[in-house]
Design a protein. Structure first.
Length: 159
């Protein structure tokens, strides 16, 4: 096949040989640029962008871990006092009489309310969730005069 190609090229005139040679060189140049160089450069640029994203993600993760470690090394009694004070104060503002149980863990509070209106209680619990307090468990039992008896356990979330 190569011999046939050489024979065909030799049969061309000098001018045609130059034109075929220039066309071949231009084709090789276009293939080299668009087929090899540009894809390699695009891959390098994408790798740089991916690296920047990874570095930023790593920074966010490190900041989150540092914040979590600082929070864990903080005073456990302060967290307990914070949630006790927050819940007691909010309950008094809403008109609920709390009967607190002993705390099981830092950042948690267990309590009972003997008489509460269900809509007001649920609105209060929803408001507490906006203040980084999670409801771990709640038990509602019907009481007298359209009230409910509540036993709940709340936990302080990370700010």
């Amino acid at each position: 096949m190569i011999a046939a190609l050489r024979l065909w090229f030799a049969a061309l005139t000098r001018r045609e040989q130059w034109l075929v040679g220039v066309a071949g060189a231009l084709t090789a140049f276009v293939v080299a640029i668009f087929g090899m160089l540009l894809p390699v450069l695009a891959t390098i640029d994408q790798a740089k962008l991916d690296h920047d994203v990874a570095v930023q993600r790593r920074g966010r993760i490190i900041a989150t871990v540092d914040a979590a470690q600082k929070q864990q090394t903080g005073s456990r009694s302060a967290v307990t006092a914070d949630i006790d004070q927050l819940i007691t104060q909010n309950a008094a503002e809403q008109g609920f009489d709390l009967v607190k149980s002993p705390n099981k863990a830092a950042g948690q509070i267990s309590f009972r309310i003997d008489q509460a209106r269900a809509p007001a209680l649920l609105a209060w619990l929803t408001e507490l969730e906006g203040q980084n307090v999670a409801v771990r468990s709640v038990a509602l039992r019907t009481g007298a005069n359209s009230t409910v008896t509540v036993e709940a356990q709340l936990q302080m979330n990370a700010p």
